[in-house]
Design a protein around this ligand. Structure first.
Ligand code: EPZ
Length: 421
């Protein structure tokens, strides 16, 4: 297992390019199960999570390959296997997004129920509820969810839960509804840009979906879907992470391939902290040259502040000039980074789903451990400015969501290297 060795203190300067979105690419890849013909996906990042889903899709009879231009090509070759095994689902929870496509296209699915993970409980009850509304039967046996339906029928449904809408739940039901008979209306649908990208991909394949990006999505079922060519949206979470990295180092970084309209809640908080954020066409310039102001941050479903940037903004606010309050409203236990940041000299106190951040003057390098993707990203952000050396072990967590992070940050001035353990 590799580690990252980071010596803090360098101002980040120059330009960095955001990759295609992991969380948009994953459900779109699963959606290929629904289609006849080939899908060509542009901008799919080279990440562990993408490799895990590719391996699962291969087992489900989808041929997945990268062409010479780096595009991902997917084509269904065999529709016999409908079983997503524990070994693969365990490695990546997003594997559950094969449920909807398998059910709609092959009329049955057996998908291992994912366990909890380091960010807390991850139920799929809303996904199942949506499938049941479409007429599917479901059963849980030996840790596997069995779904079957002679045919799916369009229905009106409410898909909100105790923590609001569900991103992959909306994606799953949306995918299933594309081939259902009649019209489906999903109320309290997730509005995240990744859901819009999925709907746009499906429409390009012949689906009839309207309302994506709003809490009411309407799907008119069609008989079949064909392949298409699609470019995945830029990764707003990677872009936001680079913004935090630029801000914490008092840097001046041009972030290319960045959709500012997907990041307005983040920009709002960064500006309140005193960070300069300026749109430059398809790029965004982020700079900072003074002590940071403390602020309150509450994570919420889109367009609110994303839970996937909560850890990174906590690292930033650890150095603010006063006390900040961060409240997690999506995954109330998503705080594995708190103890690790405290090892680096931060003063963070967790009280239920809230962390009180008492700003300190400096962070200090220390050996720390990555235990979740975004928590690891927060440790990298903190290490970029911490005095001395930080060794972040278990880097495979960060490789799940950020491609060659050390090379890309080194290119804008960070002192960072990967060391095998
Ligand atoms: C997606 O997970 C993302 N993953 C997560 O990113 C992200 O943190 C999350 O959305 C929230 O934005 C992918 O897109 C692959 P949810 P998802 O269903 O869809 C509760 C990262 O770091 N809930 O929107 O699984 C759930 O417990 C990852 O890249 C139910 O109660 O999240 C949570 O409290 C981590 N029942 C809330 O809803 C359900 O059936 C939102 O979860 C489903 C969810």
């Amino acid at each position: 297992m590799d580690s990252l060795l980071i010596t803090g203190g360098n101002r980040l300067k120059g330009s960095i390019t955001v990759n295609g979105s992991k969380n948009a690419a994953l459900p779109i890849m699963a959606a290929c199960i629904l289609t006849e013909g080939e899908t060509v996906l542009k901008g799919v990042p080279q990440l562990e999570d993408i490799r895990h889903l590719s391996a699962l899709l291969e087992k489900l009879g989808v041929n997945v390959s990268r062409d010479e231009k780096g595009n991902l090509r997917l084509k269904v070759e065999d529709e016999m296997n409908c079983h997503a095994e524990y070994e693969l689902v365990r490695k990546m929870r997003a594997s559950v997004c094969v449920m909807g496509p398998l059910l709609a296209k092959r009329r049955r699915a057996q998908v291992s129920l994912p366990g909890g993970c380091n960010i807390g409980d991850r139920p799929v009850d809303l996904h199942i509820q949506g499938f049941q509304c479409l007429g599917a039967e479901s059963d849980l046996v030996g840790g596997d969810i069995y779904l079957k339906a002679k045919k799916l029928k369009g229905a009106e449904m409410f898909l909100g839960g105790p923590f609001g809408s569900t991103v992959l739940g909306t994606a799953n039901v949306l995918m299933a509804a594309t081939l259902a008979e009649g019209v489906t209306v999903i109320e309290s649908a997730a509005c995240e840009p990744e859901v819009i990208d999925l709907a746009n991909y499906l429409n390009a394949c012949g689906a009839r979906i309207i309302g994506q990006g709003t809490p009411r999505i309407t799907v008119e079922g069609v008989k079949e879907l064909h392949g298409c060519e699609h470019t995945v949206i830029p990764d707003r979470i990677e872009a936001g992470t680079f913004m935090m990295a630029a801000a914490i180092t008092n840097g001046d970084v041009l972030i290319n391939n960045c959709r500012l309209d997907h990041l307005m809640a983040v920009v709002d908080r960064l500006r309140a902290i005193g960070v300069n954020v300026e749109r430059k066409g398809d790029a965004v310039q982020v700079s900072s040259s003074r002590r940071l102001e403390p602020v309150s941050v509450t994570t919420q479903p889109y367009p609110g502040f994303p839970t996937d940037l909560q850890a990174q903004i906590m690292a930033l606010l650890a150095l603010a000039d006063g006390n900040s309050i961060i409240t997690e409203k999506i995954f109330p236990d998503r705080f594995v980074h708190v103890a690790e940041l405290n090892r680096m000299g931060a003063r963070l106190r967790k009280e239920g789903p809230t962390v009180i951040v008492e700003g300190v003057k400096n962070l200090v390098g220390a050996p720390v451990m990555a235990s979740d993707l975004r928590a690891s990203a927060a440790l990298v952000v903190a290490a970029l400015v911490a005095k001395g050396k930080t060794k972040i072990s278990r880097v495979y967590h960060i490789d799940r969501g950020y491609e060659r992070i050390e090379q890309r940050l080194a290119a804008i001035g960070a002192e960072i290297q990967r060391v095998p353990e």
